[in-house]
Design a protein around this ligand. Structure first.
Ligand code: ZN
Ligand code: ZN
Length: 263
């Protein structure tokens, strides 16, 4: 599996992706908003885009569909529940479906509601496990639920699906929000040493060649995976005095999501 991470440099800080088969050069474009950059990247690599995947219906993920499809004739794949929100879906996806790219790439679909109620993440099979997480999981953060989502669904997607993936899984999110997210982690958990050392490195990084995190690292630096951390809970009790001594993980997640909305 070959992955090209395309930095759009737009105000939304979107990442687009090309996932290609090294044997055939066939490629899947994930949320190719910046269609010019995605088409140029495919051309430079000698790849043919045969499929477009939208992780969800927000315009900053679907806005390049028409141009990429017009240029390549690619098929459009998206959550089966997003047919009313995304025009021209050729293949509606549900949990457990497998997307094949060329001969060597297989991507398994995860149904991960929360940011929207019809959101697909894909997980590569084989030697390299990589998660393309759209706006569900960001580096050091979680998607918001302002535009058609629901925080308790987001918690369940994290707890029952994402948190159970192997630590070595690579994480490829839909946006670059890592610096701001690390600042939120440090606001919630000031003694998080890994986040503290990572923040200045990330402030200096070239977003054209971003660090790719793993799920194991996310569990150290992403507040939304640190629901049992004593310092997270202690700090949360300052903001929400009604919180009990041992709040359950869902309660912690929902309160963190609420604080992040205003942060
Ligand atoms: Zn979104
Ligand atoms: Zn987005």
């Amino acid at each position: 599996m070959l992955v090209e991470q395309v930095w759009t440099a737009n105000s939304g800080r979107n990442f687009n992706y090309l996932i290609a088969c090294g044997e055939t050069g066939e490629a899947l474009a994930v949320d190719p908003l910046d269609h010019e950059k995605c088409l140029a990247a495919a051309k430079a690599k000698g790849w043919t885009i045969t499929q477009v995947l939208n992780t969800h219906h927000h315009r900053d993920h679907t806005g390049g569909n028409d141009q990429v499809i017009a240029a390549t004739g690619a098929k459009l794949l998206a959550h089966a529940g997003a047919r009313e929100q995304i025009a021209g879906i050729d293949r509606g996806l549900q949990a457990g479906d497998v997307i094949k790219v060329g001969r060597s790439v297989e991507l398994e679909c995860l149904d991960t509601p929360g940011h929207t109620m019809s959101h697909i993440c894909v997980l590569s099979r084989g030697d390299t496990r990589a998660l393309f997480s759209g706006d569900t999981l960001f580096n050091a953060g979680a998607g918001n639920c302002h535009n058609g989502g629901h925080p308790s669904e987001l918690y369940h997607s994290f707890a029952t699906q994402l948190a159970k993936l192997p630590d070595a899984t690579l994480v490829y999110p839909g946006h670059d929000y890592i610096c701001n997210n690390l600042r939120f982690t440090l606001d919630r958990e000031p003694d998080n040493a890994r986040a503290a050392t990572l923040l200045p490195e990330m402030e200096r990084q070239d977003t054209n060649r971003p660090m790719v995190t793993t799920l194991g690292l996310e569990k150290q630096i992403n507040t939304f995976f640190r629901l049992s951390s004593p310092s997270v809970i202690r700090r949360l009790r300052d903001a929400f005095p009604d919180l009990g001594e041992q709040p359950d993980q869902q309660t912690v997640f929902l309160r963190l999501r609420e604080l992040r909305n205003k942060w």
